[in-house]
Write a protein that binds this ligand. Structure first.
Ligand code: BGC
Length: 450
């Protein structure tokens, strides 16, 4: 173990010390202003999940088919997941018992509209019961209308590549909102649409090539020209998919607002903390600004004009010099995928996202994929200290929803990568809180950094 890693695991490195000092601060060795530990009254403390990753048996969803296509990029099928479709009350009790006051979950479009134009009242009632269950326990429901997976019929029409995609999504939003909007406290339209079609750039190995082979095989098996799942790695036309997602958000939001104008609606963006390498020689320009525009530009501009709040989802930072992304600093603490765990990245993103949009920010996801829970237990207070510092500096933050409540189906990686505050027994479906859950719970109960 490197000494940096040991220090991090024992919490000996304070978040303040890890925060990037401005060059002027570094030169003058100015200690950062002390953070006011108290969070504002009504701050949301929660855990987040997504339907496909926890419910299990979402047989009408796009990737259920891809998990069993030959070839497939999925390490294993999602199967029963955490069986949350049946055990949702246990999940809500768990959220409550951890000391949290809100729960972010998503509606599975394929359950609500299993065939095009055929809506299931029984499934809408299921989500209505979950929303009521949140209120019964004093939990604020934050509901994502679509977290990546779409119905299989939608993917067979080309998914977000298809011209009708935005209108089809808006019709689903309208139907779901008419049944559910009354009880929802915060809604988001889409989850991380900004990375759709760009994920191949960020994931390891030749996942993109393998993904292309998989979706082409699925299209062939179904006899359709394009089978594109909701969150594609490969897409024949990334710009077109992005255009349709932007329009889908616009129309979906309008549909929800038409049902309940006073319901706050946002979108959740995947945001790395893009930083400029601090040591570039004179005349060299970091790629920071270019990458920010590439990953977030259009979505931040749209959010500014269309959202009541912006959901940010952060897991990492990227340090850019003039040629590309810098490797991890020596001795960095890393997650299961080998990326650096850098607690101040969340605050960096909150500051940037607010500066660009002027919107209140909600942390709709933050966490770490690691089987070493002590990394999570140290990350949470360190990241929250920097987030609070940003709030003290004037960034309005509505809440912090940790990803995730329980270990779950981590997409192509299957169940190997663990993000949960609770451990999942995949045979008994028992959820067992990890020590990090107590760390978050203590802060949440105190509504203060403790
Ligand atoms: C997604 C989640 C995912 C998490 C961890 C986010 O990109 O919204 O579905 O499990 O990150 O990778």
């Amino acid at each position: 173990m490197t000494s940096d890693r040991r220090q991090f695991l024992t919490g000996a490195v304070t978040a303040g010390a890890m925060a990037a000092a401005t060059p002027a601060q570094a030169a003058r060795k100015i200690a950062p202003k002390p953070v006011n530990p108290a969070f504002p009254k009504g701050f949301l403390w929660g855990a987040a999940t997504a339907a496909y990753q926890v419910e299990g048996n979402n047989v009408a969803s796009d990737i259920w088919l891809l998990e069993r296509t030959t070839p497939t990029v999925y390490a294993e099928p999602s199967g029963d997941a955490a069986n949350s479709f049946l055990l949702w009350e246990r999940d809500l009790d768990l959220v409550k018992s951890l000391g949290l006051n809100s729960y972010r979950f998503s509606l599975e479009w394929a359950r609500i509209e299993p065939e095009q134009g055929q809506f299931s009242i029984a499934m809408l009632d299921h989500y209505k019961a979950m929303i009521a269950g949140c209120h019964a326990r004093g939990l604020t429901p934050v509901v994502t209308f679509n977290h990546f997976t779409t119905p299989r019929w939608f993917a067979a029409l080309g998914g977000w590549h298809g011209n009708d995609a935005p209108a089809l999504f808006a019709r689903y939003c309208d139907r779901a909102a008419r049944h559910l909007a009354d009880g929802i406290t915060y809604a988001t339209t889409l989850n991380e649409p900004n990375l759709s079609g760009k994920l191949g750039e960020l994931l390891p190995g030749d996942l993109l090539g393998a993904d292309k082979a998989m979706v082409e095989a699925a299209a062939k098996a179904l006899g359709v020209p394009i089978y594109q799942p909701g969150n594609p790695l490969y897409t024949p036309d990334g710009a077109r998919t992005q255009r349709h997602l932007l329009e889908g958000h616009r129309l979906g939001r309008a549909a929800i607002k038409a049902v309940r104008g006073d319901l706050p609606v946002g979108v959740s963006l995947a945001m790395l903390d893009e930083q400029a390498a601090p040591d570039l020689p004179r005349g060299k320009v970091s790629l920071q600004a270019k990458m920010r525009e590439h990953y977030y530009g259009e979505w931040l501009r749209l959010a500014k004009d269309s959202c009541d709040f912006l959901g940010i989802q952060n897991y990492e930072r990227s340090v850019w010099d003039d040629k590309g992304k810098r490797p991890n600093p020596p001795g960095a603490v890393t997650n299961t995928m080998g990326a650096e765990v850098y607690p101040p990245s969340l605050a960096g993103v909150a500051r940037y996202a607010h500066a660009q949009t002027g919107l209140p920010i909600m942390v709709t996801e933050h966490g770490v994929g690691s089987e070493h829970d002590e990394i999570r237990a140290n990350l949470i207070p360190a990241a929250l200290t920097e987030l609070k510092r940003a709030m003290d500096d004037g960034v309005p933050v509505l809440g912090y929803l940790h990803w995730s409540l329980v270990d779950n189906f981590e997409w192509v990686f299957g169940y190997r990568i663990r993000f949960g505050l609770c451990e999942l027994n995949r045979q008994t479906f028992e959820r067992k809180p990890k020590p990090s859950a107590a760390v978050l719970g203590r802060i949440a109960r105190a509504n203060a950094l403790t």
